[in-house]
Design a protein around this ligand. Structure first.
Ligand SMILES: [Fe+2]
Length: 200
């Protein structure tokens, strides 16, 4: 079944213009969805007998399939975890306090990763050690295996340049003010992270 563009859950996002979020970032995300559908169609007819590590159509399709899939997943996580009041709360806050010592410590390291990364900063639950980790990546396919993204921050220039120009730090502060902790806590519930946390 073809992948579909998930609509934004908000019309207005304080601190962000419609041009930034919908007109440009949303269009970019929709482009990944379109391309993944195209890739999956071409995959059905590509000649796998010609697979080659230097260049082959099949090799490129496999490579770009991972790229587009991760781009979609990360963008959907990013758009979904905005639209709130930015007030940390609930089970996720408790898990963060356990794994990072304090919420302030986590906030400091997460925001600093946003300055240091070239693509994404993702708070993940790692199913190997059952702990939350901050992972950053410079492109869509630099994720860590066996981890589930929880809080996702896009720090590619396209995510903020229209509204914030080179002021990435100000963009991160604006993002922080609209993080939807209710949504994140529902995700924590759905994944039963508190239960899993205590099962190791
Ligand atoms: Fe993006």
């Amino acid at each position: 079944m073809a992948h579909e563009v998930k609509p934004l859950k908000y019309k207005i996002l304080p601190g962000f213009s419609e041009a930034q979020i919908g007109d440009h970032h949303g269009v970019l995300y929709a482009g990944y969805v379109k391309k993944l559908n195209e890739i999956e169609e071409k995959m059905k007819t590509t000649d796998v007998s010609q697979a080659n590590g230097t260049y082959s159509e099949y090799g490129e399709l496999r490579r770009e399939e991972a790229f587009a899939t991760n781009a979609i997943k990360l963008h959907e996580g990013y758009f979904d975890n905005m639209g709130g009041n930015g007030q940390p709360s609930g089970k996720l806050m408790k898990l963060i306090e356990t794994d990072f010592g304090s919420f302030e410590q986590f906030e400091k390291y997460f925001k600093a990763a946003g300055i240091a990364a070239r693509g994404w900063v993702v708070l993940c639950f790692n199913w190997d050690d059952h702990k939350l980790h901050i992972y950053s990546s410079d492109y869509h396919t630099q994720g860590v295996w066996n981890c589930t993204p929880i809080l996702v921050l896009d720090v590619y220039e396209h995510a903020y340049f229209i509204d914030y120009k080179t002021q990435r730090k100000t963009y991160i502060e604006a993002f922080w003010k609209v993080v939807d902790w209710n949504y994140l806590n529902k995700l924590v519930e759905k994944l039963e992270l508190t239960k899993h946390k205590n099962s190791l």
